[in-house]
Write a protein of this length. Structure first.
Length: 346
């Protein structure tokens, strides 16, 4: 290959990468707004309230946009005693860690930014970087409530990262691959036939129900949402590690939370609900309708998370840690042992 051909190939690679990253970033930003609106409306109906009403007309569809414009207009304040560089970088770390998760989530057989052979390993590793952003925000704010909230968040995320990983590992063992596309394809393999029709089932229906429950509980805790919102706990810590933030930086934390909810819901749909796969549809069609299929499945998970927020009260800190270390982690280890035994024997 000549130098000119090498430069051309390298140029195409970077152009392709930039385009895919831009699409993934736009996808993340676009999906966050309807999820925010859905939460406002769903919670309002569950609590017998009207919810957003004026912004955008009778149904209040423009309320998330109005909130975003409000944050943009607010002054970006930095506390006098804060570590300014770390304080300003923390929201970006949280958002970029969430954004990086979208890179490996497949929306179709070929609709994925990067299909990695170690996709699930990359996903779980990169999502943990958000913990650093939370610690940075809590420590750098020079506020005792922020520091306590950051430490609570770090302890909570570390505790629930273990059952999350163990539940995902059970899926990897059953699928025999860490590629997310490979995991979806493994769920599409026929298990039996009825007449001449091959029947395939998602992992939720083929022995991964315990892994699914563990993963969803750990996911809600990772997102620090009710009933696991101890890092915020307004009655105790004002607003936890985001107490000192305002304007666009507060909005970045806000966006990161909802983007993480979407990303982890897509992961649940991919690992346990078959992802973009539906029966008797060729791959060419799956590339077209796959995004709608996987988003529909992820929407069910998102609705369940919103339902939990509207139903359960906040746990105590000791109850949260007890659930992780005394129940979820031992149960995840036993489940992993059973899945491994069945995989080897059967």
């Amino acid at each position: 290959m000549t130098v000119a051909e090498l430069n051309l190939t390298t140029g195409y690679f970077w152009l392709d990468t930039v385009i895919k990253v831009a699409i993934a970033l736009g996808f993340m930003m676009t999906l966050a707004l309807p999820v925010i609106y859905a939460e406002l409306k769903v919670m309002a109906h569950m609590q017998n309230r009207v919810g957003p009403y004026y912004a955008g007309g009778r149904f209040g569809w423009a309320q998330p946009i109005a909130d975003g414009l409000k944050f943009l207009q607010k002054e970006d304040l930095v506390p006098r005693d804060a570590d300014a560089a770390v304080y300003k970088a923390a929201p970006a770390v949280v958002v970029m860690a969430t954004f990086a998760v979208f890179i490996v989530i497949p929306l179709g057989p070929q609709v994925v930014v990067r299909d990695m052979d170690i996709g699930i390993f990359y996903l779980l590793a990169i999502s943990s970087i958000g913990v650093l952003g939370v610690l940075m925000a809590g420590w750098s704010s020079a506020n005792k409530y922020s520091l306590i909230g950051g430490l609570r968040a770090a302890g909570q995320l570390i505790a629930y990262e273990l059952p999350l990983i163990l539940a995902a590992l059970a899926v990897v063992i059953q699928a025999g691959t860490m590629s997310l596309v490979g995991i979806v394809e493994a769920q599409g393999e026929p298990l039996f036939t009825i007449g001449s029709v091959p029947i395939s089932l998602p992992y939720l229906l083929t022995g991964q129900i315990v892994s699914f429950v563990i993963f969803v509980i750990a996911m809600v805790a990772e997102l620090s949402r009710i009933p696991f919102d101890m890092p915020f706990a307004e009655s105790e810590l004002t607003m936890g590690y985001v107490t000192e933030y305002s304007g666009i930086r507060f909005a970045m934390f806000f966006l990161g939370e909802y983007a993480s909810l979407i990303a982890l819901s897509l992961v649940v749909a991919t690992l346990f609900l078959g992802g973009y796969w539906i029966p008797v549809i060729p791959d060419d069609w799956l590339n077209l309708i796959g995004p709608m299929v996987v988003m529909g499945k992820a929407s069910l998970v998102i609705f369940f998370v919103l339902w939990i927020r509207s139903t359960f009260p906040r746990l105590r800190e000791d109850q949260l840690q007890t659930m992780a270390w005394h129940w979820l982690i031992p149960l995840a280890l036993v489940n992993l042992l059973v899945i491994s035994f069945v995989k080897v024997v059967v």
